[in-house]
Design a protein around this ligand. Structure first.
Ligand SMILES: [Zn+2]
Ligand SMILES: [Zn+2]
Length: 121
């Protein structure tokens, strides 16, 4: 008697069958009424461990959120910085986390003249 938590009952009389064969196609014979019952215990386990269709909608939603967050990090903002190439005092910049969070982030400056540079935060 090894199978715990995967009980199989006789479909005819409801008797608890010895379902520890571990084989999906095994046929269990009821000791009370003699009816043949399929060992559904292993089938039940397979169903529960399989990723069902239900959480896939959730997964899709989560990756959607991650995509939006990544786009947010790329948002360019105009700041008062002087471009050393053309002397413009307003350039666009965006911040990007390049490595691990504790190493700070890098700020990229992009001037309309095409000059770009970056600085570590
Ligand atoms: Zn039975
Ligand atoms: Zn410039």
């Amino acid at each position: 008697m090894a199978a715990i938590g995967s009980l199989v009952f006789c479909t005819d009389c409801g008797n608890l069958l010895d379902s520890n064969t571990g084989h999906q196609k095994a046929v269990l014979t009821c000791t009370i009424c003699g009816a043949s019952n399929k060992d559904t215990s292993s089938k039940v386990v397979t169903t529960h461990s399989k990723p069902s269709a239900f959480p896939s909608a959730l997964r899709a939603k989560r990756s959607e959120v991650q995509t939006l967050a990544a786009e947010d990090m790329q948002t360019e903002v105009v700041v008062n910085q002087t471009c050393e190439k053309c002397g413009r005092e307003k350039v666009r910049y965006y911040e990007q986390q390049l490595r691990s969070a504790d190493e700070g982030s890098t700020i990229f400056y992009i001037c309309d003249c095409g000059h770009r540079w970056n600085t570590n935060n």
